[in-house]
Design a protein around this ligand. Structure first.
Ligand code: GEK
Length: 243
């Protein structure tokens, strides 16, 4: 059973920047499910996309894998294919607290492995599928283009990048509307106004969202041949970019 996220339930005098520590890892499935509209769909469809794009004798990566939800979705969809040969699925995260909780779950899939590394420094190779579900937004903006460039260079032709992010809208009216709708979504999932506002403060300097236009322009500039949004709910979206 998922432990309920109560991290911001009581008033906190001085709110520290959000980190992916043991406290967060312990409640993460509940936290992300109640905070990110469409999370289950994005995870499930990441599996479906991997099932289609993962090539035999190539690697699949999930950069910022947290507890490995997308890795398991990928492994099951690839496993259903029947013709799958030698497709290692590698989860990268720099939170040891998250990865410690992955170990027992991962034992049911022998092609899944984990590495505790920074996305900025991790080495990827021979990749047919790269997933970044809500992790690029935590990386300093000035590093994002170089990181995506490096990923692109290490992907095979025809490979896919799945990039899911919280987004901002260039139209100020729509931006405010979607921020409010996201807060309504969180309230509908049982978070109080205090929890929503304290979490927002904790994330303020840590999660820096960009517009869909910024993401799409950058992916095209790097060289991805095809790029589009395949999912959006309020200020959360997921793109596919194909090399
Ligand atoms: C899911 N994809 O369940 N290097 C490595 N990992 C990082 C870095 C970095 N520089 N920065 C952040 N992370 C997951 C959800 S959560 C999204 C991803 C969220 C890791 C961080 O430790 C955390 O586990 C993950 O990226 C972001 O589908 O909580 O909003």
């Amino acid at each position: 059973m998922n432990t309920q996220d109560k991290i911001y339930r009581n008033r906190i005098d001085k709110i520290a920047d959000f980190t992916f520590d043991e406290k967060v890892a312990a409640v993460f499935p509940d936290m992300i499910q109640r905070s990110v509209p469409g999370y289950s769909t994005i995870v499930a469809m990441t599996g479906v996309l991997a099932g289609r794009f993962a090539k035999n004798n190539s690697n699949c990566y999930d950069l910022g894998c947290s507890l490995g939800a997308s890795l398991y979705a990928m492994a099951s969809e690839i496993g259903k294919r029947g013709d799958n040969i030698n497709i290692p699925i590698i989860g990268i995260d720099n939170s040891q607290a998250m990865l410690d909780r992955c170990k027992t779950i991962s034992q049911s899939f022998n092609n899944i492995s984990f590495r505790c590394e920074d996305i900025e420094k991790t080495k990827i190779s021979n990749a047919s599928v790269v997933v970044m579900n809500f992790s690029l937004q935590f990386i300093p903006q000035q590093l994002r283009e170089d990181i995506l460039k490096r990923i692109y260079q290490r992907m095979n032709d025809g490979g896919i990048l799945v990039l899911s992010e919280k987004i901002i809208f260039e139209d100020k009216h729509l931006d405010e509307l979607n921020i409010n709708l996201h807060h309504e979504f969180k309230k509908a999932n049982g978070y109080s106004d205090l929890e929503i506002s304290q979490k927002r403060s904790a994330l303020e300097n840590v999660l820096i969202p960009e517009s869909l236009n910024t993401h799409e322009q950058r992916l095209k500039k790097i060289g991805f041949k095809h790029c589009d949004v395949w999912f959006q709910c309020f200020n959360f979206a997921s793109l596919v970019a194909i090399k």
